[in-house]
Ligand binder design. Structure first.
Ligand code: NOJ
Length: 739
């Protein structure tokens, strides 16, 4: 391990520490704790987690218990060197416990504090699925930098982000935490997030360590059901699921979290092929691997371990360096080391990795969060941070349909319907770290702040029936109806898969009733996954996908509704026409019978051939016309150029996308693969030539022996504004042997 550019002196310090540590102290470093709930609530934290997971208590209930419960921080365990890390968001407590670790333990090794800082901290940004629709690495990086600054002020050293799972199944609730379905966009996102959180030097006090999660293929959980099994060829894993992981490792991500699921029969938690051969050996990953919450213990339920001792042995020997919250290592590892079931080398390797990350984060030099920074982000939202969030939010919005209703004129009288339109809490999305509903500008507030007075009626929420009287009252004088419909925070995220991804509750009735008035209707969507909107596409004249945009939700939505911002977001995940099309993604391996009108082809009898909105799709208030595709070979790369004209009457930003298809390969190749994209701004009437470069090194694929192959033959080059509507050219490619 080169150790994240540690100095020789720092490396020696780690070696010296290892030489002095007892086995118990080593095991301590591998043990991550959260405070246990005591007092009124008589179960352990692990049990509490299980209760949320199996639905005995709701997420809201869990939140309430955590906020009110008396907590045991296990100070004695820390003092005895039995704890290496804490999952905590409490700066005062963090310093208190850190003081015990640094000043009262034998070796003074600092704790590392981890927390889920997924899309902002106090300043909540758009959910990752939304932000990825900006296709903008500056946005990805800036939001992570802000989150790191705020989280570090709360004593957090390490975020369990970015989540880099390729998510192709909209039923899976955690698609909301992902950057969508594409390995190339996902890799751009991965690199930018690592840069944003960690900066050039993660030891800077306003930076935090990242976690690549979930390693790996969690997004392929069978049938989109959370925690479900994953079976997949190694070639598919390497070509589609691993690229963002590899990119983040190359960018210097400091930790990796193993996924809950099994991969081809072996849970990732104990999968030594994944943890040792792929991650540590082949990718040269230098940081440490942490389990997901309670996952080592769950190896028993998986049926891969006979008991907890067996789970401990299997996990550590597979290369799992830190146990998140299951207590399995702390209960069994020391004895297993004494019995020779776990070698000194295995233990030392894990501890060296953990100490390396702590050292590279500067924790040995500055273990505490400075008192003066602690409360910096607890009062008013930071203005600069909020501005960055607003920029991200506007760029995340995707215009899905517009029959000319949008943008709205300021003079028009607006009826605003739907409980979500006036609901700050549900602008936050799943996994908000320190966000508050009261910080969020709702759609109603956003329109009002833009100087529009609306007639508002909730009419129905995501579960209740429609109140027609309320609706009739609100719409009677309106020129335009905006119906805010979608999902609550709790309908996406972990343990929130849905078997039916149409609009929940009675919200379609709300749209039907609005349409029955004969007035123009805009469906403004707030949701954490692609929804199946076939009916809405057929009937509603304008559909604007606003996702869950965080603190500036309503300001961003208003800017787009009123045309102050020309929508530029492009889908990072396909919208299926119907739930039954899931998993639906554009870069599907071809079949011998690609779907077509004829019966004996790959299709459903009762669903359209195509998804509703393809990957890369998004409309604008401008129109973009593509022409003159040229593909020039120049040494080891291709220069692919196209003319893009703005034929509309507004300036706008287009995302020019380059896809390729390897026409015939030794294994079946995807029908299209995104290889590059470029953002271009165009004034009305302006035309620009856009050139994208494709290196020949990126035109190959992994086979099942994990060899990277580049095979001579025909390639199709596609360029366009989404994965469906592209110009096309074919070239014969001959690769040189030595690249
Ligand atoms: C479980 C989730 O799968 C993971 O993403 C998260 O980081 C941990 N819990 C810690 O909260």
């Amino acid at each position: 391990m080169s150790g994240f550019n540690l100095t020789e002196a720092q490396k020696k310090q780690i070696t010296d520490l290892l030489a002095q540590m007892t086995v118990e102290e080593k095991v301590g470093q591998m043990h991550q704790l959260s405070p246990s709930i005591v007092g009124g609530f008589d179960v352990s934290f692990e049990e509490l987690i299980e209760m949320v997971t199996d639905g005995r208590i709701s997420n809201e209930e869990f939140g309430r218990i955590m906020a009110n419960a008396e907590r045991d921080f296990h100070e004695d365990d820390i003092r005895a060197g039995r704890v290496g890390s804490y999952l905590l968001n409490d700066p005062k407590k963090a310093n208190e416990l850190q003081r015990i670790a640094v000043e009262e333990t034998r070796l003074g090794i600092p704790l590392i504090y981890g927390f889920d800082v997924i899309h902002g901290f106090r300043t909540t940004f758009p959910i990752p699925l939304a932000e990825a629709c900006s296709w903008n690495e500056e946005v990805f990086e800036a939001s992570a930098e802000v989150a790191a600054r705020e989280a570090s002020a709360h004593g957090i050293n390490w975020t369990f982000a970015p989540m880099l799972d390729i998510a192709r199944d909209a039923r899976w609730g955690r698609i909301s935490e992902s950057a969508g379905e594409d390995p190339h966009l996902g890799s751009v996102y991965a690199r930018a997030k690592v840069r944003g959180f960690q900066g050039k030097n993660p030891a800077d006090r306003e930076r935090i360590a990242t976690t690549i999660k979930h390693f790996v293929a969690y997004g392929a959980a069978e049938a989109g059901q959370d925690y479900n099994t994953v079976s997949m060829a190694k070639s598919m894993l390497h070509n589609s699921y691993l690229p963002p992981v590899k990119a983040a490792v190359e960018e210097g991500a400091m930790t990796v979290m193993a996924a809950f699921n099994d991969y081809n029969g072996v849970p990732c938690t104990v999968n030594s092929w994944l943890l040792r051969d792929v991650l540590k050996e082949s990718y040269g990953f230098e940081g440490f691997v942490v389990s997901d919450a309670n996952a080592i213990r769950e190896c028993v339920s998986h049926g891969i371990a006979e008991d907890l001792a067996d789970a401990s042995r299997k996990a550590v020997n597979a290369g799992m360096d830190m146990d998140m919250g299951s207590g399995t290592y702390s209960a069994h590892l020391a004895q297993q080391a004494a019995d020779g079931e776990v070698s000194a080398e295995v233990l030392d390797e894990a501890v060296r990795r953990i100490l390396t990350v702590k050292m590279a984060l500067g924790l040995f030099d500055h273990p505490y969060v400075e008192e003066e920074r602690m409360a910096r982000y607890d009062g008013e939202l930071d203005k600069k941070h909020r501005d960055i969030a607003l920029d991200a939010a506007k760029r995340s919005i995707v215009l899905l349909k517009n029959d000319g209703i949008l943008p709205i004129e300021k003079e028009q009288k607006i009826a605003l319907l739907g409980a979500l339109a006036d609901d700050g809490e549900n602008c936050l999305g799943a996994w908000n770290a320190d966000g508050r509903g009261s910080d969020c500008v709702t759609v109603k507030a956003g329109l009002e702040r833009a100087g529009i007075s609306v007639t508002y009626a909730a009419c129905c929420d995501t579960t209740s029936g429609l109140n027609r009287q309320e609706l009739d009252g609100a719409v009677k004088d309106a020129d335009v109806i905006i119906a805010v419909v979608g999902e609550t925070n709790a309908m996406s995220g972990e343990a929130s898969s849905r078997a039916d991804i149409t609009l929940p509750g009675h919200q379609r009735e709300l749209l039907e009733a609005a349409l029955a008035t004969g007035k123009p209707v805009v469906a403004l969507l707030m949701n954490g996954r692609p929804l199946a909107l076939q009916w809405e596409q057929e009937h509603v004249p304008a559909i604007l996908e606003c996702w869950q945009l965080g603190v500036t939700h309503g300001d961003a939505a208003a800017a787009v509704l009123l045309g102050e911002y020309n929508p530029s977001g492009r889908l990072c995940a396909t919208f299926p026409a119907m739930t039954g099309q899931c998993p639906r993604y554009y870069n599907h391996p071809n079949t011998g019978r690609p779907g077509s009108k004829s019966k004996f082809t790959s299709r459903y009898l009762d669903a359209p051939l195509e998804p509703l909105y393809p990957f890369g799709y998004g409309l604008s208030y401008a129109n973009y016309l593509y022409s003159d595709l040229t593909v020039e070979e120049s040494g080891e790369s291709f220069r692919v150029s196209v003319s893009v004209a703005n034929t509309g009457d507004r300036a706008g930003e287009e995302t020019v996308q380059l896809y390729i298809r390897d026409v015939a390969g030794s294994i079946v190749r995807p029908v299209k693969e995104l290889k590059a994209f470029k953002k271009v701004t165009l004034a009305p009437g302006e035309t620009k030539q856009v050139t994208l470069t494709l290196n020949k090194t990126d035109m190959g694929f992994y086979n099942d022996d994990m060899e990277y192959c580049r095979e001579d033959g025909s390639f199709l080059f596609y360029v366009g504004g989404n994965s469906r509507d592209c110009l096309e050219a074919e070239r014969k490619v001959v690769f040189s042997q030595n690249v």
